[in-house]
Design a protein around this ligand. Structure first.
Ligand SMILES: Cc1cc2nc3c(=O)[nH]c(=O)nc-3n(C[C@H](O)[C@H](O)[C@H](O)COP(=O)(O)O)c2cc1C
Length: 392
């Protein structure tokens, strides 16, 4: 695939879909129930229009920013994603290396098929770690210790995974671990021999960071391990407070969709909030993230970092999200498409596309600095005025 010819994230998505069996591309693209929230994430950006300004000196457009002690060459990071091994055997290693090369970073998921240590190395230390409250607290403790031993400086608490989600596309494909696909999927997989070869010769499917008695968890054991650990319905803000006491680094909470929860996160010691509806994959029927971002940013009011993901596909979406109150923007699927379409080079190309579009969008609204972006660049202006960015 000629990655240089890829002009947009959407084109990269088409490239990814061609390379992947339908059961895998549906796993990537799908959302919960009727996928209303998944659509709303995009519709919210499409509903915004930006205000063109002209004859501004645009000789130096600088998309760099500093948030929570990290400098970013592009204000977009990679959201945590589990089981990317199904897209490409290099999975998190490719994404971490590409993010580092782009002057960004990735958040490594506890559901990843690559271990925290291997990913951290590929990331050259530019990596945040997601922490889940497993039902067996010892597993969470061990994960935290491993993050601390590596020198990870920021953890992202998985806030929105207490109840299971129903993704009907996955159910139709029998996408479990190990997969139990219907015959039509077996035939479809057979029509993707390159993917099959990679699957057979590449990295084995495991829960990268976790082990049973010191050995990697086999594919046939993954579901059982997740059943005994995932879906911790007892986790509450008290657990966040406890984590805060035990973790000296930065702590963010992901899955924040209301000002009340943003307030609770800060109250329990978080350094910021990750506004996210899990890309519409968990709870269908709630708003798009851009719909709730301004009110959350207003509630946070500079007391912590505000990061947002969900539906960002263009550089102009990055401008919109920052103008609506985000300090940093994040994305999942765009980078997974790049990975599936072209491994590390594909992810690098996605960063290039977004950075190029971002520069154009910044120039078009007459802003040469990320810190210049605010509600004034949007038509309608119902959003609150820009609040102090978190340059800690
Ligand atoms: C394949 C896939 C796996 C994901 N795994 C996780 C995960 O392990 N933890 C998590 O908090 N969110 C997970 N998410 C959600 C992303 O972190 C992110 O919130 C979402 O993808 C943002 O929407 P976007 O894909 O439109 O950018 C996953 C998303 C995808 C597409």
């Amino acid at each position: 695939m000629n990655l240089d010819k890829m002009m947009s994230v959407e084109q990269m998505q088409r490239g990814a879909v061609r390379r992947l069996p339908k059961m895998v591309s549906d796993f990537l693209d799908g959302g919960a129930l009727d996928e209303t929230t998944l659509r709303r994430n995009r519709e919210a950006y499409e509903a915004v229009s930006l205000r063109q300004r002209v004859l501004v000196n645009l000789e130096r457009i600088d998309p760099m920013t500093t948030v929570l002690g990290h400098g970013y060459d592009v204000p977009m990071i990679v959201s945590p994603m589990g089981l990317l091994t199904v897209c490409h055997p290099d999975a998190d290693v490719a994404i971490a290396a590409a993010a580092r090369a782009a002057g960004s970073l990735m958040v490594h998921s506890p559901w990843s098929g690559v271990s925290i240590e291997e990913t951290f190395e590929a990331a050259g230390g530019r990596m945040w770690e997601q922490i889940a409250f497993w039902r067996q607290p010892g597993e969470t403790d061990q994960h935290l210790s491993r993050a601390r031993n590596l020198g990870v400086d920021t953890i992202v608490v998985a806030g929105d995974v207490a109840v299971s989600s129903k993704r009907e596309r996955d159910l139709r494909h029998g996408t479990s671990m190990p997969p139990k696909p219907p015959v039509r999927d077996v035939l479809d997989v057979a029509l993707h021999p390159r993917w099959v070869t990679r699957w057979l010769t590449g990295r084995k499917m495991t829960w990268g960071t976790y082990a049973i008695s010191g050995r990697p968890i086999k594919m046939s054991e993954m579901e059982r391990w997740m059943e005994s650990n995932g879906g911790n319905t007892r986790a509450t803000w008290d657990d966040v407070a406890e984590l805060r006491r035990r973790w000296d680094g930065r702590l963010l909470v992901k899955g924040i969709m209301t000002p009340e929860d943003a307030e609770l996160a800060l109250h329990h010691g978080a350094d910021g909030v990750f506004v996210s509806n899990h890309g519409g994959r968990q709870f269908d029927g709630q708003p798009g993230t851009l719909d709730v971002l301004p009110a959350i940013a207003e509630a946070v009011n500079g007391r912590g970092a505000v990061i947002v993901d969900g539906g960002v596909r263009r550089g102009s979406d990055i401008v919109t999200a920052i103008a609506a109150g985000a300090d940093l923007v994040a994305g999942g699927r765009p980078f997974a498409y790049g990975l599936a379409a072209g491994g590390r080079a594909g992810v690098e190309r996605v960063f290039e596309i977004l950075l190029d579009e971002l520069r154009t969008a910044m120039g078009s609204v007459g802003s040469t600095q990320i810190s210049d972006l605010g509600a004034h660049v949007m038509n309608g202006g119902s959003h609150p005025p820009g609040r102090p960015a978190v340059h800690q």
